[in-house]
Design a protein around this ligand. Structure first.
Ligand code: ATP
Length: 275
Protein backbone atom coordinates (compact mmCIF):
# COMPACT_ATOMS: atom_id res chain seq x y z
CA UNK A 1 0.00 0.00 0.00
CA UNK A 2 1.35 3.43 -0.95
CA UNK A 3 1.44 6.23 1.61
CA UNK A 4 -0.77 8.50 -0.48
CA UNK A 5 -3.31 7.15 -2.95
CA UNK A 6 -5.30 9.60 -5.05
CA UNK A 7 -8.01 8.11 -7.20
CA UNK A 8 -10.17 9.82 -9.81
CA UNK A 9 -9.79 13.17 -8.03
CA UNK A 10 -12.11 15.90 -9.27
CA UNK A 11 -12.07 19.48 -8.06
CA UNK A 12 -14.29 22.32 -9.23
CA UNK A 13 -14.11 25.98 -8.31
CA UNK A 14 -17.17 28.24 -8.11
CA UNK A 15 -17.57 30.88 -10.79
CA UNK A 16 -19.02 34.31 -10.02
CA UNK A 17 -22.30 35.19 -11.67
CA UNK A 18 -25.95 34.26 -11.45
CA UNK A 19 -26.48 30.57 -12.24
CA UNK A 20 -22.86 30.24 -13.35
CA UNK A 21 -21.78 26.60 -13.15
CA UNK A 22 -18.63 25.67 -11.17
CA UNK A 23 -15.66 25.09 -13.44
CA UNK A 24 -13.93 21.72 -13.18
CA UNK A 25 -10.15 22.11 -12.70
CA UNK A 26 -9.14 18.48 -12.08
CA UNK A 27 -10.87 15.94 -14.29
CA UNK A 28 -10.23 12.66 -12.50
CA UNK A 29 -6.57 12.51 -11.44
CA UNK A 30 -5.14 9.24 -10.08
CA UNK A 31 -1.65 8.95 -8.65
CA UNK A 32 0.30 7.52 -5.70
CA UNK A 33 3.22 8.51 -3.51
CA UNK A 34 5.16 5.67 -1.91
CA UNK A 35 6.89 5.59 1.49
CA UNK A 36 10.16 7.53 1.28
CA UNK A 37 9.43 8.47 -2.33
CA UNK A 38 9.37 11.79 -4.13
CA UNK A 39 6.58 12.13 -6.64
CA UNK A 40 7.21 15.16 -8.82
CA UNK A 41 4.26 16.95 -10.35
CA UNK A 42 5.05 19.12 -13.34
CA UNK A 43 2.94 21.12 -15.75
CA UNK A 44 2.44 24.63 -17.03
CA UNK A 45 0.87 27.41 -14.99
CA UNK A 46 -2.84 26.82 -14.40
CA UNK A 47 -2.71 23.06 -15.08
CA UNK A 48 -3.95 22.31 -11.53
CA UNK A 49 -0.75 21.28 -9.66
CA UNK A 50 -1.41 23.46 -6.61
CA UNK A 51 -5.05 22.34 -6.58
CA UNK A 52 -3.91 18.72 -6.14
CA UNK A 53 -1.67 19.80 -3.22
CA UNK A 54 -4.51 21.82 -1.67
CA UNK A 55 -6.88 18.88 -1.94
CA UNK A 56 -4.36 16.60 -0.19
CA UNK A 57 -3.92 19.20 2.58
CA UNK A 58 -7.69 19.57 3.01
CA UNK A 59 -7.68 23.21 1.86
CA UNK A 60 -10.11 22.48 -0.95
CA UNK A 61 -12.93 19.93 -0.95
CA UNK A 62 -12.98 17.55 -3.93
CA UNK A 63 -16.17 17.21 -5.94
CA UNK A 64 -15.34 13.54 -6.58
CA UNK A 65 -12.83 10.73 -6.14
CA UNK A 66 -10.83 9.71 -3.11
CA UNK A 67 -7.62 10.61 -1.28
CA UNK A 68 -6.26 7.94 1.05
CA UNK A 69 -3.37 8.64 3.41
CA UNK A 70 -1.80 5.62 5.14
CA UNK A 71 -4.92 3.70 4.16
CA UNK A 72 -7.39 6.23 5.60
CA UNK A 73 -9.82 8.21 3.45
CA UNK A 74 -9.02 11.85 4.24
CA UNK A 75 -10.83 13.88 1.59
CA UNK A 76 -13.88 14.52 3.78
CA UNK A 77 -12.17 14.88 7.18
CA UNK A 78 -13.01 18.04 9.11
CA UNK A 79 -12.23 19.76 12.41
CA UNK A 80 -10.31 17.77 15.02
CA UNK A 81 -9.88 14.75 12.73
CA UNK A 82 -8.25 16.89 10.05
CA UNK A 83 -6.08 18.71 12.61
CA UNK A 84 -4.97 15.30 13.92
CA UNK A 85 -3.43 14.64 10.51
CA UNK A 86 -1.25 17.74 10.67
CA UNK A 87 1.61 15.99 12.42
CA UNK A 88 1.83 13.48 9.54
CA UNK A 89 1.11 15.79 6.63
CA UNK A 90 2.98 19.08 6.24
CA UNK A 91 3.60 21.72 3.58
CA UNK A 92 6.36 24.00 2.33
CA UNK A 93 5.07 26.90 0.21
CA UNK A 94 6.72 28.83 -2.57
CA UNK A 95 7.29 32.19 -0.95
CA UNK A 96 9.72 32.19 1.99
CA UNK A 97 9.00 35.92 2.49
CA UNK A 98 5.29 35.59 3.29
CA UNK A 99 5.15 32.09 4.79
CA UNK A 100 6.95 33.03 8.05
CA UNK A 101 5.34 35.28 10.67
CA UNK A 102 7.55 38.42 10.62
CA UNK A 103 6.84 39.26 14.27
CA UNK A 104 7.99 35.90 15.72
CA UNK A 105 11.54 34.73 16.40
CA UNK A 106 12.76 31.67 14.50
CA UNK A 107 12.71 29.79 17.82
CA UNK A 108 9.01 30.60 18.35
CA UNK A 109 8.12 29.78 14.72
CA UNK A 110 9.70 26.33 15.09
CA UNK A 111 8.45 25.65 18.65
CA UNK A 112 4.83 26.48 17.84
CA UNK A 113 3.94 23.25 15.96
CA UNK A 114 5.72 21.22 18.67
CA UNK A 115 3.88 22.90 21.55
CA UNK A 116 0.56 22.56 19.66
CA UNK A 117 1.26 18.82 19.56
CA UNK A 118 1.86 18.67 23.32
CA UNK A 119 5.64 19.19 23.77
CA UNK A 120 6.87 21.07 26.87
CA UNK A 121 8.66 24.35 26.11
CA UNK A 122 11.99 22.84 27.35
CA UNK A 123 11.63 19.83 25.05
CA UNK A 124 10.57 22.09 22.15
CA UNK A 125 13.67 24.28 22.61
CA UNK A 126 15.96 21.22 22.37
CA UNK A 127 14.14 19.91 19.31
CA UNK A 128 14.38 23.36 17.64
CA UNK A 129 18.19 23.23 17.97
CA UNK A 130 18.22 19.78 16.34
CA UNK A 131 15.97 21.04 13.51
CA UNK A 132 18.18 24.08 12.88
CA UNK A 133 21.19 21.80 12.66
CA UNK A 134 19.31 19.46 10.31
CA UNK A 135 18.56 22.29 7.86
CA UNK A 136 22.08 23.78 8.09
CA UNK A 137 21.32 26.93 10.12
CA UNK A 138 23.43 28.06 13.11
CA UNK A 139 21.92 27.51 16.57
CA UNK A 140 21.96 31.26 17.32
CA UNK A 141 19.22 31.61 14.65
CA UNK A 142 16.82 30.71 17.44
CA UNK A 143 16.60 34.30 18.77
CA UNK A 144 16.65 36.04 15.40
CA UNK A 145 13.75 37.36 13.28
CA UNK A 146 12.84 36.21 9.73
CA UNK A 147 13.86 39.61 8.26
CA UNK A 148 17.48 38.88 9.24
CA UNK A 149 17.62 35.91 6.83
CA UNK A 150 18.05 35.57 3.07
CA UNK A 151 15.40 33.88 0.90
CA UNK A 152 17.28 30.57 0.92
CA UNK A 153 17.76 30.69 4.71
CA UNK A 154 14.07 31.49 5.21
CA UNK A 155 13.15 28.51 3.07
CA UNK A 156 15.39 26.40 5.35
CA UNK A 157 13.37 27.71 8.31
CA UNK A 158 10.14 26.80 6.49
CA UNK A 159 11.52 23.29 5.86
CA UNK A 160 12.48 22.97 9.54
CA UNK A 161 8.96 24.04 10.55
CA UNK A 162 7.47 21.39 8.26
CA UNK A 163 9.82 18.76 9.72
CA UNK A 164 9.09 19.72 13.34
CA UNK A 165 6.20 17.31 14.03
CA UNK A 166 7.96 14.43 12.21
CA UNK A 167 5.66 14.18 9.16
CA UNK A 168 5.38 11.19 6.81
CA UNK A 169 4.60 13.38 3.79
CA UNK A 170 5.45 16.97 2.88
CA UNK A 171 3.63 18.74 0.06
CA UNK A 172 6.28 20.99 -1.47
CA UNK A 173 4.55 23.61 -3.63
CA UNK A 174 7.16 25.31 -5.84
CA UNK A 175 9.52 25.56 -2.84
CA UNK A 176 12.55 26.71 -4.84
CA UNK A 177 11.04 28.82 -7.60
CA UNK A 178 11.49 32.10 -5.69
CA UNK A 179 15.23 31.40 -5.19
CA UNK A 180 18.22 32.13 -7.42
CA UNK A 181 19.76 29.16 -9.25
CA UNK A 182 22.66 28.37 -6.91
CA UNK A 183 20.40 28.65 -3.83
CA UNK A 184 17.86 26.42 -5.59
CA UNK A 185 20.49 23.70 -6.00
CA UNK A 186 21.50 23.87 -2.32
CA UNK A 187 17.89 23.77 -1.08
CA UNK A 188 17.09 20.83 -3.40
CA UNK A 189 20.10 18.97 -2.00
CA UNK A 190 18.81 19.71 1.51
CA UNK A 191 15.45 18.11 0.59
CA UNK A 192 17.35 15.03 -0.65
CA UNK A 193 19.53 14.82 2.51
CA UNK A 194 16.49 15.10 4.77
CA UNK A 195 14.71 12.34 2.86
CA UNK A 196 17.74 10.06 3.23
CA UNK A 197 17.87 10.78 6.99
CA UNK A 198 14.17 10.62 7.84
CA UNK A 199 12.48 8.58 5.08
CA UNK A 200 9.89 11.34 4.56
CA UNK A 201 7.92 11.34 1.28
CA UNK A 202 7.45 14.41 -0.89
CA UNK A 203 4.72 15.43 -3.28
CA UNK A 204 6.91 17.93 -5.09
CA UNK A 205 5.19 20.50 -7.30
CA UNK A 206 7.13 22.53 -9.85
CA UNK A 207 6.69 24.02 -13.31
CA UNK A 208 10.43 23.45 -13.88
CA UNK A 209 11.31 20.12 -15.48
CA UNK A 210 14.98 20.49 -14.47
CA UNK A 211 14.04 20.81 -10.79
CA UNK A 212 11.61 17.89 -11.05
CA UNK A 213 14.24 15.69 -12.75
CA UNK A 214 16.76 16.44 -9.98
CA UNK A 215 14.50 15.72 -7.02
CA UNK A 216 11.97 13.07 -8.09
CA UNK A 217 11.86 9.29 -8.19
CA UNK A 218 8.70 9.35 -10.28
CA UNK A 219 7.03 12.14 -12.21
CA UNK A 220 3.44 12.94 -13.13
CA UNK A 221 2.78 15.41 -15.94
CA UNK A 222 -0.37 17.47 -15.58
CA UNK A 223 -1.97 19.14 -18.57
CA UNK A 224 -5.17 21.14 -18.19
CA UNK A 225 -6.38 19.11 -15.23
CA UNK A 226 -5.46 15.66 -16.56
CA UNK A 227 -2.45 13.57 -15.66
CA UNK A 228 -1.20 12.77 -19.16
CA UNK A 229 1.95 10.82 -18.30
CA UNK A 230 3.40 9.14 -15.21
CA UNK A 231 6.62 7.18 -14.86
CA UNK A 232 10.16 7.01 -13.49
CA UNK A 233 11.81 10.46 -13.51
CA UNK A 234 14.71 9.61 -15.87
CA UNK A 235 12.30 8.16 -18.42
CA UNK A 236 9.64 10.90 -18.33
CA UNK A 237 12.22 13.71 -18.36
CA UNK A 238 14.42 12.33 -21.15
CA UNK A 239 12.28 10.08 -23.37
CA UNK A 240 8.68 11.15 -22.74
CA UNK A 241 5.78 9.49 -24.54
CA UNK A 242 3.11 12.17 -24.49
CA UNK A 243 3.34 15.08 -26.94
CA UNK A 244 2.69 17.61 -24.19
CA UNK A 245 5.65 16.30 -22.15
CA UNK A 246 7.82 16.41 -25.31
CA UNK A 247 6.87 20.07 -25.78
CA UNK A 248 7.57 20.79 -22.10
CA UNK A 249 10.99 19.15 -22.44
CA UNK A 250 11.86 21.08 -25.58
CA UNK A 251 10.74 24.33 -23.93
CA UNK A 252 13.01 23.90 -20.90
CA UNK A 253 16.21 25.96 -21.27
CA UNK A 254 19.67 24.39 -21.65
CA UNK A 255 23.01 26.12 -21.04
CA UNK A 256 24.61 25.08 -24.37
CA UNK A 257 23.49 27.49 -27.17
CA UNK A 258 23.99 24.83 -29.91
CA UNK A 259 21.81 22.34 -28.03
CA UNK A 260 19.31 25.14 -27.35
CA UNK A 261 19.11 25.84 -31.11
CA UNK A 262 18.56 22.12 -31.85
CA UNK A 263 15.82 22.03 -29.23
CA UNK A 264 14.07 25.05 -30.75
CA UNK A 265 14.14 23.37 -34.17
CA UNK A 266 12.74 20.08 -32.78
CA UNK A 267 10.02 22.03 -30.97
CA UNK A 268 9.04 23.82 -34.21
CA UNK A 269 8.88 20.44 -35.98
CA UNK A 270 6.75 18.94 -33.22
CA UNK A 271 4.36 21.90 -33.26
CA UNK A 272 4.14 21.76 -37.08
CA UNK A 273 3.41 18.01 -36.97
CA UNK A 274 0.57 18.63 -34.49
CA UNK A 275 -0.84 21.72 -36.20
N1 ATP B 1 -9.80 29.55 -5.40
C1 ATP B 1 -9.96 29.50 -6.70
N2 ATP B 1 -11.13 29.90 -7.28
C2 ATP B 1 -11.31 29.85 -8.62
N3 ATP B 1 -10.39 29.37 -9.50
C3 ATP B 1 -9.21 28.96 -8.99
C4 ATP B 1 -8.92 29.01 -7.58
N4 ATP B 1 -7.67 28.53 -7.39
C5 ATP B 1 -7.18 28.20 -8.61
N5 ATP B 1 -8.10 28.47 -9.57
C6 ATP B 1 -7.94 28.21 -11.00
O1 ATP B 1 -7.67 26.83 -11.15
C7 ATP B 1 -6.72 26.60 -12.19
C8 ATP B 1 -5.57 25.75 -11.66
O2 ATP B 1 -4.88 26.51 -10.67
P1 ATP B 1 -3.62 25.92 -9.89
O3 ATP B 1 -3.12 27.01 -8.99
O4 ATP B 1 -4.00 24.62 -9.29
O5 ATP B 1 -2.62 25.65 -11.10
P2 ATP B 1 -1.04 25.46 -11.07
O6 ATP B 1 -0.75 24.42 -12.08
O7 ATP B 1 -0.57 25.21 -9.69
O8 ATP B 1 -0.55 26.87 -11.59
P3 ATP B 1 0.68 27.78 -11.08
O9 ATP B 1 1.92 27.04 -11.46
O10 ATP B 1 0.50 29.05 -11.84
O11 ATP B 1 0.50 27.95 -9.61
C9 ATP B 1 -6.30 27.98 -12.70
O12 ATP B 1 -7.04 28.27 -13.86
C10 ATP B 1 -6.71 28.93 -11.58
O13 ATP B 1 -7.05 30.18 -12.09
Amino acid sequence: MSLLEIEDLRVSYPVKGFRAKPIEILHGVSMEVGHGETMGLVGESGSGKTTIGRAVLGLVRPSGGSIRFAGQEISSLKGAERRGLASHLQVVFQDPYTSLNPSMTIGDILSEPLIVHGASSGHARGRVRTLLDQVGLPSDSIDRMPREFSGGQRQRVAIARALAPGPKLIVCDEPVSALDLSTQARVLDLFLDIQRETGVSYLFISHDLGVIRHISHRVGVLYRGDLVETGPAPQVTSTPEHDYTKRLLLASPVADPVKQKEKRQKRRELLAANA
